[in-house]
Structure formats: structure tokens, C-alpha cells
Ligand binder design. Sequence first.
Ligand SMILES: [Fe+2]
Length: 136
Amino acid sequence: MVKKIEWSDKFMLGIPEIDMQHRSLVNSLNKLVEKYDTNPGEIKEILDFFVDYVLLHFETEEALMEKYAYPDMDEHVKEHRAFTKDLNRLMDDFIMLGPSPEMERRIEKGLVSWIENHIMNVDKKMGKYLKEKMGS
Ligand SMILES: [Fe+2]
């Protein structure tokens, strides 16, 4: 069983647009995990949705970083790109190979833990900066 992310206020940046998207992202990832545990052959549709939503969400964050000239934008965008690449690889492998213990590990480490850590560290840092800029 892959561990789900329990949504809580600790994830909030205080920027409604991003917080709302993070919540949807976590929801969608939890659905994916749930499906993987019960019916792993049928995750393709949720995975498709998740991939699209991730792209939309990264675009939103990157547009805000750009707009407010966030100094650590390059580093942040690099993380987004690396994740997108891993996610696409995972998607391809899943289509070719289907569920496996290795796939489960990749979902756990590559998706769930990554999202959790990224929001808690990298996004939080960005959020602090953006909030200040938006308020001024
Ligand atoms: Fe981010």
C-alpha cells in the first residue's frame, strides 16, 4: 500500500490560487494511489489527468514567479522540469510494463514524497516571497 498525503493547513502558502491547485493536485494523487492499490490496471485515466494538471499547475507557479521576479526561479523551474521528465517516464513505463513492486516504489518516492517535499520546502519558500510582493 502506498501512503497517501493527508491534506492539512501545513501545506498552505496563503496564496489562494496556488493553494487551491495544490489541494486538487493532492486529491488527484490520492485518487491515483487508491486506484493503484485496488485496481492497478486502471490507473491510466487518472494518471493522464494528473499529468495534465501538473503541467497546468507548474505553469501557474512559473507565471507568478516570472511576474514578481522571484530570484530563485531558475532553481525552482529546474525541479519542475526534472519532475515532469520523471513523471513522463513513469507514465511510459506503466503503459509498457503495468503494475509492479518497482512501479509502486516509484509512485511512492517519485510522486507522493516528491509532491509533499516540494510543497513543504520549495513552494513554501516561493510563497513567502510572492506573498510579500503581492501585498506590497
Ligand atoms: Fe513548485
